[in-house]
Design a protein around this ligand. Structure first.
Ligand code: ZN
Ligand code: ZN
Length: 360
């Protein structure tokens, strides 16, 4: 009875959200020239290797709504109180801090960058599911001034309106995948503060170069904007004296041939932040499975591989730590040096980390 009531509430909220989306939300997307991943006739982006459509999603949503706690950690995850002075201090190496899921604070050169900022209580547009395991190690208002907000795609677990509205009150610039600009403009961000990138396009800001990389994924915020905006990973490059630092931010992407192209075109990577979590056989071409994450890490041969897209919200039906319990040993077996910092810990490419995620 309790479950039925909750499910009817879910359906009701979905219905209302759909209407609101249709009438008020939908921005007008520009039409782009034809490319190998954009069709101007349908005005949508597409994958070179199509995705198999997800199946049995209703049963998965049911489980994720009513058995959500099964996928949460049994006790709070260990954290470190953020040390902003340590993060921002001049250093030999770029420094980072992880907030869980795909949210990373990066201090590269004199720039502070945040990726896919997600701080809310739920990662779902219907906030009765996908709840945060525990509060973030800091709220957005506590962060040091952000120079660049880097946004991979429009899914709710990567583009959170409340976080963006807080960040837009600062001087941040937004570097985003092609087509996302109109969403941000609809929320009140001036077009001059937004740089959109198609795959393999780059922009440089204050000594840091951002290049959008191909991904095999999709985008949408409602029922009427499927694939209207592009999805990307990013290469972030910075020259430090004679040294060139390179960081790979995965965004979301399923397995595909594009990883061969990325591996052949991108130089030596210092840290590869690779998606690891929220996979399921019911949506096999949306995310990487752990062995694919490990194989991608081996293909890119980074100095360190850090798994992301886990550690904060349950968006699939595996336990909170299954992705890393599987991928980390597999990556090591393939000769990859792993990096698994605590939430809130300041780290760089040389930081030694523990397998803290073995707790239940
Ligand atoms: Zn996504
Ligand atoms: Zn995601």
């Amino acid at each position: 009875m309790k479950h039925t009531k909750k499910f009817i509430t879910l359906l009701g909220i979905t219905g209302i959200a759909t209407f609101v989306t249709y009438w008020f939300y939908l921005p007008t997307y520009p039409v782009y020239p034809k490319s190998d991943h954009y069709d101007p006739d349908t005005q949508t982006f597409y994958n070179a290797e199509p995705q198999r459509a997800p199946i049995n999603v209703a049963s998965a949503l049911w489980e994720m709504t009513f058995y959500e706690k099964d996928f949460h950690p049994k006790k709070p995850l260990p954290t470190v109180k953020p040390n902003w002075t340590e993060l921002l201090a001049p250093a030999e190496q770029s420094r980072f801090m992880w907030f869980g899921h795909s949210t990373l604070l990066m201090r590269i050169g004199n720039q502070t960058i945040i990726t896919d900022p997600l701080f809310g209580n739920s990662a779902s547009p219907v906030p009765i599911m996908m709840h945060r395991f525990q509060p973030p190690v800091a709220e957005i208002e506590e962060l040091p001034p952000i120079d660049v907000v880097l946004l991979s795609h429009s899914h709710y677990d990567h583009l959170e309106q409340e976080s963006i509205e807080k960040l837009m009150k600062t001087q941040s610039h937004f570097v985003v995948s092609l087509g996302m600009g109109v969403i941000l403009q609809k929320w009140g961000i001036d077009a001059a503060r937004i740089t959109e990138l198609d795959w393999w396009q780059s922009t440089e800001r204050n000594g840091v170069k951002y290049t959008a990389l191909p991904a095999r994924h999709d985008s949408s915020r409602g029922l009427f904007d499927h694939n209207k905006a592009l999805w990307s990973g990013f290469l972030i490059e910075h020259k430090r004296g004679q040294n060139e630092e390179r960081f790979y931010f995965h965004g979301d992407s399923a397995q595909g041939k594009h990883f061969d192209e990325i591996a052949s075109r991108v130089g030596k990577i210092d840290i590869a932040f690779i998606e690891n979590g929220q996979y399921d056989e019911r949506w096999p071409n949306n995310h990487l499975f752990p062995e694919q994450t490990a194989q991608l890490a081996a293909k890119l041969q980074p100095t360190r591989f850090m798994p992301i897209h886990w550690g904060a919200y349950p968006l699939a039906l595996h336990t909170w730590n299954e992705p890393v319990l599987k991928s980390v040993p597999m990556a090591r077996a393939l000769g990859v040096n792993t990096l698994t910092p605590l939430l809130g810990q300041v780290f760089d490419v040389n930081t030694k980390t523990e397998d803290w995620f073995t707790q239940e």
